[in-house]
Write a protein that binds this ligand. Structure first.
Ligand SMILES: *Cc1c(COP(=O)(O)O)cnc(C)c1O
Length: 340
C-alpha cells in the first residue's frame, strides 16, 4: 500500500494512523498488549489522569535510512525515563522490553507512514502511561493504561536550521525545585502554556525558564534543554538542576561533542548573567533536534550569540546527530534499534 501524503508539507500535527498499541495494568500486572485500530479511548470519569494529572508521556522517532530500512533512536532511554516518571507519580513501571517491543510494533504496523529518506521527515511516536478507573480521592489509580500512537512529522525546520530568538520568562516557573520538572508529565506543560503564549505573542520562539529558587540560572528553553559552547570553542556546557527534564538528545550531544569533536563537556550551573562566556548556544530535544539560539532577551538586555547565525560547532554536531539518526553516520554502540 502506498499512502497519499505530501511528505514535504508535513508539520507537527495529529494524524489518525491505522494502528496504535494498547496495554492495561490491573491487579499487579500488565496484560500482553495489542494493536488497536481505534483512535479513541474510553476511560472512567473518575480516572486520576483526568483530575489529578497522574500520567506521563514520552516522545521518540522512527527514521527511514537511505537503504529503505526503518530504525529507532535510543528507545531504551525513553523506556528508562518513562520508568522514572512512573516512579515519581506512583505508577507501575512499563518493563523496558515491553516498551521497545510496543514501539517496534507500532512502527512496523504503520510502516507506510514512515516518511521517505531525504525528506527530513520522521515517524514520531508518542507513548503515554495514565492512571485510569473509578476513583475520586487523591490517591494513586488502581488501574493503568500504556498506549503508543504515531504520526509522520516534518523536520522542525524546513530548509535547514533557523536561528531563533528566545525571551526569559522571569515571572513564570514551569516546575518547582523538588517538584516534577525532571519527569515528563503533563502538568509541567499545563504550567508552561502562559509563558509560551507570552513569548510567542512578543515574537519569540519560546520562553526560557530560570531556576525556581533564585531565578538566576538557566533551566530549560521552552520544552527543550539548553547548551552553550564557550567562546574559545573548547567547552560545551549544559545546565544542571533537579527540575530540568533530562533530554536524551542533550546526553547524545554531550557524548558526540566529547568523543567526536574533542570538546570538554560539563553539566553545571549557568547563570543568566554569564552569557558572554558563550559564542554559540542551542536548544535540543527530539522534536526540535537542535535549534540554534540567536539571542536571549532578559529584561532590557538582549544577548546575541556570535553573529546571531548558526554556530559552526552547533552545525557540525547537528549534522553528526542527524547523520546517526538517519543511518548515514556510524552510531555509538547501542544507539540504533532496527525495526525488522
Ligand atoms: C521531552 C522534553 C525535552 C527533550 O527531551 P528529549 O529526550 O531530547 O526529547 C526537554 N525538555 C522537556 C521539558 C521535555 O518534556
Amino acid at each position: 500500500m502506498t499512502v497519499n501524503i505530501d511528505w514535504d508539507k508535513l508539520g507537527f500535527d495529529y494524524m489518525n494512523l491505522p494502528y496504535r498499541y494498547v496495554s492495561y495494568w490491573k491487579d499487579g500486572q500488565w496484560d500482553d498488549g495489542k494493536l488497536s485500530e481505534d483512535a479513541n479511548i474510553t476511560i472512567n470519569e473518575g480516572s486520576p489522569i483526568l483530575h489529578y494529572g497522574q500520567g506521563a508521556f514520552e516522545g521518540l522517532k522512527a527514521y527511514r535510512t537511505k537503504s529503505g530500512k526503518v530504525q529507532l533512536f535510543r528507545p531504551d532511554r525513553n523506556a528508562a525515563r518513562l520508568q522514572n516518571s512512573a516512579d515519581k507519580l506512583l505508577m507501575p513501571e512499563v518493563p523496558i522490553d515491553k516498551f521497545i517491543d510496543a514501539a517496534k510494533q507500532v512502527t512496523k504496523a504503520n510502516e507506510d507512514y514512515v516518511p521517505p529518506y531525504g525528506t527530513g521527515a520522521t515517524l514520531y511516536l508518542r507513548p503515554i502511561l495514565i492512571g485510569i478507573g473509578p476513583n475520586i480521592g487523591v490517591s494513586p489509580a488502581k488501574e493503568y493504561m500504556f498506549l503508543i500512537f504515531a504520526q509522520p512529522v516534518g523536520p522542525y525546520f524546513k530548509g535547514g536550521m533557523v536561528p531563533t530568538k528566545f525571551i526569559v520568562a522571569d515571572s513564570f516557573d514551569r516546575a518547582a525545585h523538588f517538584g516534577t520538572g525532571g519527569s515528563k508529565v503533563g502538568g509541567n506543560y499545563a504550567a508552561s502554556l502562559q509563558a509560551g503564549k507570552y513569548a510567542h505573542e512578543h515574537g519569540y520562539g519560546d520562553a526560557i525558564y530560570l531556576d525556581p529558587i533564585n531565578h538566576e540560572t538557566i533551566e530549560e528553553v521552552g520544552s527543550a534543554n539548553f547548551f552553550g559552547i564557550t567562546t574559545d570553542k573548547k567547552r560545551l556546557l549544559t545546565p544542571k538542576s533537579p527540575s530540568i527534564l533530562p533530554s536524551i538528545t542533550k546526553y547524545s550531544i554531550l557524548q558526540i561533542a566529547k568523543e567526536r569533536f574533542g570538546l570538554e563537556t560539563e553539566e553545571t550551573k549557568i547563570s543568566i548573567h554569564d552569557l558572554d562566556e558563550f559564542s554559540e548556544a542551542g536548544a535540543c530535544g527530539t522534536a526540535a533536534v537542535i535549534t540554534p539560539i540567536s539571542s536571549i532577551t532578559y529584561g532590557d538586555d538582549v544577548h546575541t550569540f556570535g553573529d546571531g547565525q548558526t554556530g559552526e560547532l552547533t552545525e557540525k554536531i547537528y549534522n553528526e546527530l542527524t547523520g546517526i539518526q538517519f543511518g548515514d553516520v556510524e552510531a555509538p554502540e547501542g544507539w540504533i534499534y532496527p525495526v525488522d
